[in-house]
Design a protein around this ligand. Structure first.
Ligand SMILES: Cc1cc2nc3c(=O)[nH]c(=O)nc-3n(C[C@H](O)[C@H](O)[C@H](O)COP(=O)(O)O)c2cc1C
Length: 184
């Protein structure tokens, strides 16, 4: 599958069938994350691969009850918890170097995008879950204090092809030379 096809076709999948996901596929998805760009190559991301149904259920308890990803998390055979070591991305000698502070969300986003595209190219589905109690999830996963919980990514075999939610037009998003200048 070429990159353009993967980018355009990937959708958030919230319903999975019960087929297992091989360790080989999980590793190749994590390998895609490992090669993402990161602040000064600090690679602050950390991943917890969750297969244990009890841990998954405990994580489900940290989702906002109306979260549309709840079923996905419960049914997917694997969920990857995306975490980050704090104080690395955007820092030099312990000091934040920009007005943004810690860039861990940015770097983890890049790693996650690599993973969702890699999963799609293997015929697997994912959904990113962020609407949840991150501190509760950190407790379930027994994260040390310097590691932040960022998001969950259930992974499984899709049992449907979701319809693409609409996107804004490029003309609503892109300006030329100065903010607000439309294309000539
Ligand atoms: C940072 C982030 C957090 C998200 N959190 C959730 C979530 O908690 N529950 C959920 O069902 N979908 C969640 N999503 C998925 C988005 O709703 C989805 O990407 C968006 O509607 C576009 O649909 P598409 O991924 O199929 O293109 C999240 C996506 C991102 C990028």
């Amino acid at each position: 599958m070429d990159l353009e096809q993967a980018v355009l076709e990937r959708r958030s999948v919230r319903r999975f069938n019960s087929d297992p996901v091989s360790e080989e596929d999980v590793r190749s998805i994590l390998e895609a994350a490992r090669w993402a760009p990161s602040w000064a190559n600090t690679q602050c991301w950390r991943f917890v691969v969750v297969r244990d149904p009890q841990v998954r259920e405990a994580l489900a308890g940290t989702l906002t009850p109306t979260n549309r990803g709840m079923d996905a998390l419960r049914k997917a055979p694997v969920a990857i918890a995306v975490c980050a070591e704090l104080g690395r991305a955007g820092f030099k000698q312990g000091q934040a170097t920009t007005d943004k502070g810690d860039w861990f969300m940015f770097d983890c986003g890049l790693a996650v995008q690599n993973m969702v595209l890699a999963a799609h190219s293997l015929g697997l589905g994912t959904v990113i879950i962020g609407l949840m109690d991150a501190k509760g999830a950190a407790k379930v996963l027994m994260l040390p204090d310097n590691i932040a919980f960022v998001a969950l990514m259930p992974l499984g075999h899709p049992d449907h092809r979701p319809i693409a939610p609409p996107r804004k037009e490029l003309s609503d998003l892109v300006y030329y030379d100065r903010y607000g200048n439309p294309a000539r």
